[in-house]
Design a protein around this ligand. Structure first.
Ligand code: AMP
Length: 576
């Protein structure tokens, strides 16, 4: 087991105060990103900074945390003590939201000031008193001219995405705003690129700045492991569903799934476990002993998915992994290369899968550059792709057995039975029945109700059951859609109008049948059987399709009730 001692900077060693450390822990940030390690101590000292870094590197926290750190001594001032200039309204909202989240425990007061919206709201907030103003240059200048934005007590100015601001023609506005702030302020300039104009701006307005550069490194192709790399573009709300389909299509023996934060790890582990996957969270806080036990379970196959942050996965002996999944993209391309290096060892083929949100396309481009363009962007498998692949796998394993000389003895035990069967049935019929049994005993299917195009997956999805009871352990995302007739068989009628799916916390393992659920819902809520749509009973939970306008009533009356002696929770499937 490789577990080299690592000396990694942590947030506390950067000199951040306890309230901020507590907030970062609550957010599940386990360690600073490279730009945060480099920047935070410099900014806390009050030194000017010229930084080259792109969005997605953790740049916002790198300047927001030191600004928040310095707030206390400015309390009681009526005018803002920090001004952050950004090129667009979207970025202004994003950055002020980040300040809001990081500064919650310090009670930081902030406002986003941008054009394209009536200024009334922004002026009111400024009048009430704020600590930090995040602004686009034009509106900031306008409010400054109207004496609503007072800049003479500003201690820190941040020019974020300075190259973009110059590109958009904001240079004069920026210069005027800077001249309205005190001369001895701290000035911080971040830019993704460093053209001459940025240098000139820095020379005019920054005093002895420290320079840092966090450029996406381009490792040589030798450093990039031989791994099949696939990326899927998927919107955030669809990521879990997409992951289910991809896992079912790929059928990994052992996979590590990376999330960005500890909270993300916990949430995903819960959802995957509820859906019947053998998933375990790997926590930064696990002892070596606990990690060994997790790896032991992975080795024996009782765990198939490790859900982890980068920090938690460090130092693990992971030779047996077949797949790396970036449920969240890593923050740096180096981290990507490091993650995917965990598979494809010992000459085996490894697979790296990335779920990329549309807004992360830029990061994907950096990754493509860093891996010499070896990432294939693919369409998320459809339900029918997944079914087809599963069938193909059953066929492959039968053919494998037929071609395996060592298996002959094992199979010979069954020969008398088969010969007996063939006296009564046509060989093709007998093989068909055997194939059916073999296939139905395999793991994996798609999610209940998952028959949509994931990128356009907005309305309540419909269930796609076979109408046939499956056996325990058979399906992960398996459906037992039986409609309003427990036991199934009758063609199901969907309730009219829009429907939502309710998640009920008991399933086959608790001995629950669709009839139990139907009885509980109609009994507790007074609705009729015809009001209820498809009922899918899974191993650990169930999903019931109900009319949208009745959902609240059903949740209220069934939540907390007992089904088969078990107290159940009921919630909207979408809120999971
Ligand atoms: P930014 O480059 O500031 O836009 O940040 C990119 C994303 O990384 C944001 O979603 C942050 O919430 C997240 N983030 C920033 N710092 C960390 C960290 N140290 N650990 C985990 N996530 C982080």
């Amino acid at each position: 087991m490789v577990n080299e001692p690592q000396i990694e900077p942590d947030f506390a060693s950067l000199g951040l105060r306890s309230e901020l450390l507590e907030t970062l822990t609550a957010l599940g940030y386990e360690e600073p990103t490279p730009i945060q390690s480099a920047t935070i101590p410099i900014l806390i000292r009050g030194t000017d900074l010229l930084g080259q870094a792109a969005t997605g590197t953790g740049k916002t926290a790198a300047f927001a945390l030191p600004i928040l750190q310095g707030l206390e001594r400015d309390r009681g001032r009526s005018a803002p003590s920090a001004l952050v200039l950004v090129p667009t309204r979207e970025l202004a909202l994003q950055v002020s939201q980040a300040f809001h989240v990081y500064g919650r425990m310090l009670g930081a007061r902030l406002v986003a000031v941008y054009g394209g919206a009536p200024p009334r709201h922004q002026i009111d907030a400024l009048r009430r008193g704020v600590d930090v103003v995040v602004a686009t240059p034009g509106r900031a200048l306008d409010l400054n001219a109207r004496k609503q934005l007072i800049l003479d007590q500003v201690r820190t100015v941040v020019l974020d995405e300075a190259d973009e601001m110059l590109e958009m023609g904001f240079i004069e506005d920026i210069e005027t705003l800077l001249s309205a702030t005190p001369h001895d302020r701290q000035t911080v300039l971040f830019s993704a690129t460093m053209p001459k104009r940025i240098d000139a701006l820095a020379n005019r307005h920054l005093r002895n700045p420290e320079r840092i550069s966090i450029k996406p490194a381009a490792p040589s192709s030798n450093d990039v492991p031989r791994v099949r790399q696939t990326a899927y573009i998927v919107t955030r709300p669809n990521k879990t569903l997409a992951l289910g389909r991809i896992l079912d299509a790929e059928d990994p023996t052992a996979a590590i799934v990376f999330c960005r934060t500890r909270g993300g790890v916990d949430d995903l582990t819960d959802v995957l476990t509820a859906r019947g996957y053998q998933a375990e969270a790997l926590h930064g806080g696990l002892t070596q002993d606990q990690r060994d036990r997790v790896m032991g379970r992975l080795r024996t196959g009782s765990t198939e998915l490790l859900i982890a942050t980068d920090v938690a996965a460090r130092g693990l002996d992971v030779d047996l992994l077949t797949h790396v999944v970036n449920f969240d993209l890593p923050i740096t391309t180096e981290a990507y290369v490091h993650r995917i290096g965990r598979v494809g060892r010992a000459g085996r083929e490894g697979v790296a899968i990335s779920l990329v949100e549309p807004r992360e396309r830029r990061m994907l481009e950096s990754i493509e550059r860093a891996t010499a363009g070896n990432v294939r962007i693919e369409r998320i498998p459809t339900v029918s792709d997944v079914r087809h692949l599963r069938l193909q796998r059953t066929r492959d394993s039968i053919e494998e057995l037929l071609g395996d000389a060592d298996a002959q003895e094992r199979m010979s035990h069954y020969r008398p039975l088969v010969e007996d069967l063939l006296l009564s049935y046509e060989p093709a019929e007998a093989v068909l029945a055997a194939f059916t049994l073999a296939h139905e005993a395999t793991q994996g299917s798609v999610a209940a109700g998952d028959d949509g195009d994931l990128d356009a997956f907005v309305e309540a999805p419909r269930a796609t059951g076979s109408g046939k009871q499956k056996r325990k352990g058979e399906a992960k995302f398996g459906t037992v859609a039986t409609g309003d007739k427990p036991g199934g068989g009758k063609k199901h009628k969907r309730p009219e109008g829009p429907t939502v799916r309710l998640f009920v916390s008991v399933g086959r393992k608790a001995g629950v049948t669709p009839g139990d659920l139907l009885g509980a819902i109609t009994g507790e809520s007074g609705l009729k059987g015809a009001d209820i749509g498809t009922i899918s009973v899974h191993e650990m939970f169930s999903v019931v399709e109900v009319p949208t306008d009745k959902a609240r009533k059903i949740i209220k009356s069934v939540h907390g009730a007992k089904i088969r002696g078990r107290k159940v929770t009921v919630r909207n499937d979408r809120d999971k």
